[in-house]
Write a protein of this length. Structure first.
Length: 309
């Protein structure tokens, strides 16, 4: 059987494209990327912190860190993904306020946060800032309260989900001032800011991480921050303590807290020290210190643990 030159070249090129069994094996082990699960949508404080800390850890540890957004069900979907992930230390969770609030908001959870998730490092704390659409005729907290009482149920208060820090801050504000605002939950802070800018919603307790540039540009109006002292990034915005003492938060507390956590069965002293040492050595992020919990907090924790079993 005689082959033409063109047929011979086709067979030859096909033979060179077939890898041998030895060549198909990588000479060096491929480094597996570590996944950081963000249980919220993009453009929010949790997402921003995750991408900053992911880049920081990638540079320091020489390993890729991939950020995965898993929003939904008040962060429960993202937490469940980490709990069900293989306990090998390659799946991390950037937890926030809802991780502690969901046990009180949902009757049945498929996980026990204290039992199934182990803390690795505290990262950052920052305040909330009360934003309103510029169409609202209020420039101070007393003016907003007066306007809301004169128009009950006409103000829409947006949040990035039930149980989030903006939601808890808004409900506390409503309870202490006696006003009526309609809660409108969203899947992400980006969606909230889009509707706040367009006037679809009028009030939002945003975090400073996701709203500072909008405030500086004048796209939204900031009335007050929720901490006892003024924020360094928004020094011209007064605190609620100065404007409306009834809504001031306890001194020294913040509205949002972020921490990296792992499935409890995967954590070890070696992995914890490997992951935390570059964070704490630089001092670029919040340094977490263990403090002895009050006796009543320990009793409450035991009660919740027994209820979820």
């Amino acid at each position: 059987m005689k082959l033409s030159r063109r047929s011979f070249l086709h067979f030859a090129s096909g033979a060179t494209a077939l890898p041998s069994s030895r060549a198909s094996l990588p000479r060096k082990p491929i480094r597996r990327a570590r996944a950081v699960i963000v249980p919220f949508g993009s453009a929010g404080a949790t997402d921003i912190v995750a991408r900053l800390i992911g880049q920081f850890l990638s540079e320091r540890l020489g390993q890729p860190f991939v950020i995965e957004n898993r929003p939904g069900a008040g962060s429960n979907l993202g937490i469940e993904a980490v709990v069900r992930a293989p306990a090998d230390g390659y799946t991390l969770l950037l937890a926030g306020t809802p991780a502690a609030a969901n046990v009180s908001l949902y009757d049945k959870l498929s996980y026990n946060f204290i039992r199934d998730i182990a803390p690795v490092a505290g990262l950052i704390r920052f305040p909330n800032v009360l934003l309103v659409n510029p169409s609202i005729p209020a420039t101070t907290i007393p003016e907003l309260v007066a306007y809301a009482k004169a128009n009950p149920g006409k103000l829409n208060m947006a949040t990035p989900g039930s149980g989030s820090a903006p939601h808890l801050a808004g409900e506390l504000f409503k309870m202490m001032t006696g006003i009526d605002m309609v809660h409108v939950p969203y899947r992400s802070t980006a969606a909230v800011m889009t509707d706040l800018l367009s006037g679809q919603v009028q009030v939002f307790f945003a975090t400073t991480a996701s709203s500072t540039e909008f405030v500086r540009a004048g796209a939204v109006r900031a009335l007050a921050v929720t901490t006892a002292t003024r924020s360094e990034v928004l020094p011209d915005i007064p605190t609620m303590r100065n404007l409306y003492r009834a809504t001031s938060r306890p001194h020294g507390t913040a509205s949002a807290y972020r921490a990296i956590r792992l499935p409890r069965s995967s954590i070890s002293s070696t992995r914890r020290s490997t992951l935390c040492s570059p964070i704490h050595s630089e001092g670029e992020v919040h340094r977490s210190r263990r403090r002895r919990a009050p006796r009543h907090a320990c009793r409450l924790r035991k009660a919740r643990r027994g209820r979820n079993r």
